[in-house]
Design a protein around this ligand. Sequence first.
Ligand code: SF4
Length: 372
Amino acid sequence: MTAVARKQLPLRPAGPDTVDALLAWYDEERRDLPWRPKPGRAKHRRPDPYGVWLSEIMLQQTTVKAVIPYYLRFLTRWPTVEALAAASLDDVLAAWAGLGYYSRARNLYKCAQVVAYAHAGRFPETETELERLPGVGPYTAAAIAAIAFNEPVTPVDGNVERVVARLFAVRQPLPGAKRELKRLAGTLTPAERPGDFAQAMMDLGAGICTPRRPSCLVCPVQTDCAANARGIQEELPLRAVRAERPLRVGIAFVALREDGYVLVRRRPEAGLLGGMLEVPTTAWNDLMPPAREALRAAPLKADWWQVPGTVSHTFTHFKLELIVYRALVATDATLTFWAEPDRCRWLARRDLASSALPSVMRKVIAHGLTER
Ligand code: SF4
């Protein structure tokens, strides 16, 4: 073998030694997270499945830093799955507000009820059974099965995909490479300590094998990493070119009553932000409706005033830009047919912060109520 060829291969290919090195590193360097048993006790105490499930649902599409205060608040308020199941959906949605992707909160609540009432408060213990629960997809099922019940499965999310793509120098672009990356992750999953292995992979991806500038020099598996041996770690994983998110636009109406109440409306149960509160808006379409036409569809007859600027928000599949109109109205103001009055109510300004308002609507109301 030539010197050049030797340089392009890792000292040893990723395998059982990689797993041992990673677990040894995890024992020393693991992140201290509230849903993990404290270091030194992990071998003697399994994490509480309720806490693992709650954290994993919250962590979908959100960062650890953002999740921790929500996790602690939920656990204090609803310390068991039975307590969460007995809460009201409104309270759960309000406590969730700010974490985004509200269908997750609705499924969290549904799942708590299924576990509390159909499984007598005990979470199922296998990946297959867990996947049947509302809101629990393949990744979350594998994470709970591995971490809470020590089933030898490896949850594969974006972080783990990146680590595996680099360890094995996979050049097939995502998302096409997903299946292969899952298979390769499976070849590493140990029969002993699969939960710790899963969390070690998560920690490695979050802290060392980062998307940009991975810290290969301090990486516990550097000698096993094919991408590092070839110097291509920063190029991986490759991604197929992604289409731009389309832009949708609309007009939002912030009506403030003289006694300090704001008009809100509950969105339909099905669909985006299902069941959450909003201020009335026009439909979100490709083209902005002409102002005169939009004002005819305002939720009440009033002296509407266009607030300068726009509110932008990015959803998973599209970007939204809203123009905001504001009006100050009398306490006996009557809603128009366009407001869909049976879904509307007046909410005190002081209660806005604790209501089930999604981030986009918090932005709209803040924009609409800012004194100019
Ligand atoms: Fe990631 Fe570098 Fe470690 Fe390879 S050596 S797994 S690229 S941090």
